[in-house]
Design a protein around this ligand. Structure first.
Ligand code: HEM
Length: 173
């Protein structure tokens, strides 16, 4: 007949009992690193033990905003670090493509502008850009293949850049 009583006298049971006590204590009083402590914690460079470290400040965020041709224009990379452009009403943050859209970039003409027509017609001609004080280009005269071409660029931009707003008429906001 086996004795079913828990006997604390055996070393293995004592060790188990102490381990259980220790585990319960760890669950009830977990050790949280004190954020205000003066002890400077080194910034981790690789993932090792878990996500117990958080950055000092929140990383920069991109706010989805409504732009008009006039408010989009300053983001042309000349007066700003940030470069935006619009295609078919969608505003993309193309700052990461400064080589393309910066002042010396091959596609700098599109920076801060509605690039829809130029993208559709695959052209840099100045008349592709609607003056910023004029109503938005409705694109109604474009051929189906030009619309398709423009949509292809929208796909390309959506995969590569952040969408950060929409473009509306100057008097809409
Ligand atoms: C002489 C003719 C052209 C050449 C040699 C050329 C060359 C290039 C090259 C090498 C790239 C980079 C591709 C990559 O790294 O992903 C590029 C991208 C691009 N090209 Fe052209 N291109 C020409 C004409 C045009 C025209 C007429 C347009 C007008 C819409 C245009 C619009 C663009 C755009 C929007 C990009 C994407 C840039 C980005 O990813 O931000 N290109 N082109």
């Amino acid at each position: 007949m086996s004795n079913s009583k828990f006997d604390l006298g055996t070393p293995i049971n004592t060790a188990l009992f102490l381990f259980i006590l220790y585990s319960i204590q760890k669950i009830i009083f977990p050790s949280i690193p004190n954020k205000n402590s003066n002890k400077k914690q080194p910034t981790p460079t690789e993932f090792k033990t878990g996500y117990t470290w958080s950055p000092k400040s929140h990383p920069p965020t991109v706010l989805f905003k409504t732009y008009t041709p006039k408010t989009l224009e300053p983001f042309n990379g000349v007066d700003s670090q940030r470069i935006l452009l619009a295609i078919n009403g969608i505003v993309f943050d193309v700052s990461a493509g400064r080589n393309f859209y910066g002042p010396n970039g091959m596609y700098g003409n599109f920076a801060g502008r509605d690039a829809s027509r130029g993208m559709a017609k695959q052209s840099f001609d100045p008349e592709m850009l609607t003056p910023v004080d004029q109503p938005l280009d409705k694109l109604t005269d474009l051929a189906p293949d030009e619309i398709e071409n423009m949509k292809g660029w929208i796909d390309h931009f959506s995969n590569k850049y952040l969408i950060c707003g929409k473009l509306v008429e100057n008097d809409a906001i």
